[in-house]
Design a protein around this ligand. Sequence first.
Ligand code: C2E
Ligand code: MG
Ligand code: MG
Length: 514
Amino acid sequence: MKELLGNQTSVLLMAIAFIAILLLLIFVFFRIGKLRRKLDESYQQNANINSDFKKLESMYQDTLLSYNKLNTRYDELHKNRESIMKLAYTDHLTELPNRIAFIEMLDNIMVTLRSEEIISIMDIDLDNFKNINDTLGHSYGDELLIDVTHRLRQVLDENDYLSRIGGDEFIILTQNLKDTAGYEEKIKKVRNVFTFPFELSSKEYFITVSIGVAFAPKDGRTGQNLIKNVNSAMYVAKANGKNTYAYFEHTFNQMLTDKIELQSELRKAIEKQEFVLFYQAQMDLVNKKVLGFEALIRWNHPSKGLLYPNDFIYLAEESGLIVPIGKWVLKSACLQLSEWVNMGYNDISMAVNLSTRQFRDKDFVQMVFDVIEETGIDPKKLELEITESVALENLDYTISTIMELKAIGVRFSLDDFGTGYSSMSYLKRLPVSNLKIDKSFLDTVMDDTSDQKIIQAIISLAKNLDLHVIAEGVERSDQEQFLQSSNCNIAQGFLYSKPVPKERAVEFLNSMNF
Ligand code: C2E
Ligand code: MG
Ligand code: MG
């Protein structure tokens, strides 16, 4: 029994142990499952982290790439900005600082200018630059501007700042000036560079400049004011006949306002019939007869009275109004000649002055043809006067233009001879018929033996070239005697007659010739 009981107990115990082991196994099994799931999860997480990391890494690479791209773009923009700034501040043709750069520079200097400091600005404007552009074309105009820049650069020192502020306008700004007295030397240097001809299209051209000068603080306390004033000074130099210079004076601004007013009045003067022609006799000294007349324009100004050519021709030139005015002059002079011929004064000639712009006008030759036809004059009685500077500006053009008109009998005179370059070498190439010796020679001829020799030399040279010589501005009989003894037999001057209205010209003609 005991044994049976013992067996049963041990079976029970074994069963319990078995169940316990089973339970433990089940527990372990579940635990392992759980652990495995956890392990799987953490594998998954790890994989996720890994892929996130990869994503982050590629994002980082992308950002780095974008950053680099941005950086190069920034560099490009920076470079662009620099070149845009350079473009905005540099004159592309001459590579000089331009107007904007000059104004900024001047403004900065003016703000910090101490009372004991002096600065100067020199406004240099080429004379008749438009003619170069019109006759040779813009590329030669550009070439000239570059040549001018090179020459100006050579006269600069460390205190100078050269800029091109407009088409044919340059400015030299000079700092650290001790006084204004020594400035004359600088102007001389600048003008000196224009004493040599410029070579354009394998030909030589003489270029002159008009210069205005202003000092700060004396002539202006702001940059704007100083620029306005130096410009007035430059315009005064132009009005004084170009190829000269002027220091700013406070009266200049009024003069400029007057000038602008006069120019606008000039515009209406033709249609208001305010121009008149006066006539000055040209005398044959051998038999004291009138050979012809020179027509000289006057402006009957409504409030200013009778104005002379020197008061307004330069304005007409500047504005281009000289073209219609010049046509009016030619037509009126030819009509007058035709009227005199109809009155029986058959043998007289008529001289008419031409200005640069008019002579260079593309329709000039046709215009002269038309006027001759309309007025019915004999072209052989017409003399057209050009000055040396006009003739020389473009010698080939001058020669061909003269030849076209010479073909129908029109003659040309070289006016004011002796005041320009008076180069004898070109004289033989010019198909002109007359040479008019300038009044300035006659003014001093009786006191100055070298002037006498010059005039005599001009006369004999002209005769050798088959030219008639006309002496201008004869006022006294001793001058007349000198001319006669020197073989110059045509003269014009107050000694015989001043320029007079047509009625008085006829009276004079009657008194001398009939
Ligand atoms: P120019 O052609 O040399 O004309 C001669 C100038 O000298 C004239 O001045 C005349 O009055 C002046 N004159 C003549 N004889 C004497 C004299 O004995 N003594 C003095 N002191 N002067 C004398 P004007 O009429 O004032 O003309 C000045 C300039 O204006 C002319 O010089 C000419 O270049 C220009 N001009 C005149 N009329 C015209 C015109 O219709 N068209 C153009 N483009 N220019 C003109
Ligand atoms: Mg003349
Ligand atoms: Mg003259």
